[in-house]
Ligand binder design. Structure first.
Ligand SMILES: C[S@@+](CC[C@H](N)C(=O)[O-])C[C@H]1O[C@@H](n2cnc3c(N)ncnc32)[C@H](O)[C@@H]1O
Length: 223
């Protein structure tokens, strides 16, 4: 039974995610590298939409001066995180969606990886605002998302490439098509331009692209 909004249940997520999401590990690599270069002596870090805690585990292995807060609206995903990270004492867990968060000026880094594309434009704006509010002044928001490309022709080519990836990673024709059909029905990717415009409108003083592919992009923004 489905226990979260991603394509897979919390039990299957870790073993299946790489077969459906090109560059998944690269999102985390980019985040860790950027975080390291911020040169913070102690980091208060919020990861919203933490899922099964894969990014959190890498953060905790890399930085020993970190306090981590993990949020997710799915209790089952959050339980997987708790189980994976049970040896760490410097982690708090919050069973809420980004748009429900109430943090204020607390965090040096807020991350949201593949977490806000389930939301419509209004809710996405609310979620982004809550991430902004959670940051201290000068804090950094880093988000990775599936995107739509700015013309239909480009988007179709992007989807052709994704379908090729899905087929090459063991999906049947029907499974590949059903993943692609989630776009616009279960997930609502927006263009890079819309991401940048939303981040600026939310109040971030600097907004940059950190990474992109034919169907995903990463952004970092300074409060
Ligand atoms: C594709 S998974 C990504 C998990 C994790 N960030 C990672 O890198 O593996 C999407 C996660 O976002 C969570 N989610 C769904 N809606 C959300 C929302 N409105 N705010 C925060 N997280 C959300 C889901 O429960 C799920 O755990």
């Amino acid at each position: 039974m489905k226990d979260n909004l991603s394509s897979y249940t919390s039990n299957d997520y870790d073993s299946r995610i790489n077969s459906v999401l090109p560059y998944y590990a690269e999102f985390h690599n980019q985040i860790l590298d950027l975080a390291e270069c911020l040169g913070l002596s102690r980091i208060n870090w919020l990861d919203t939409g933490c899922g099964t805690g894969n990014l959190a585990q890498k953060v905790l292995k890399k930085f020993d001066t970190v306090d981590l807060t993990l949020c997710d609206p799915s209790e089952a995903m959050l339980e997987k995180s708790k189980d994976k990270l049970k040896e760490y004492k410097n982690v708090k867990y919050v069973n809420l969606a980004s748009q429900q968060l109430g943090f204020n000026n607390e965090f040096d880094i807020v991350t949201a990886v593949q977490a806000h594309h389930y939301l419509d434009r209004n809710q996405r704006a609310n979620a982004t605002k809550k991430c902004f509010e959670a940051l201290k002044d000068g804090g950094v928001y880093i988000t990775f998302e599936n995107i739509s490309l700015s013309c239909n022709e480009c988007d179709e080519l992007g989807m052709k490439r994704w379908k090729k990836y899905l087929l090459e990673h063991g999906k049947s024709e029907e499974e590949a098509e059903s993943h692609i059909k989630r776009r616009g029905t279960e997930v609502f990717p927006v263009t890079i331009e819309e991401h940048i415009s939303l981040l600026k409108k939310t109040g971030f003083k600097a907004v940059e692209i950190i990474w992109m592919s034919y169907m995903q992009a990463g952004f970092w923004a300074i409060k």
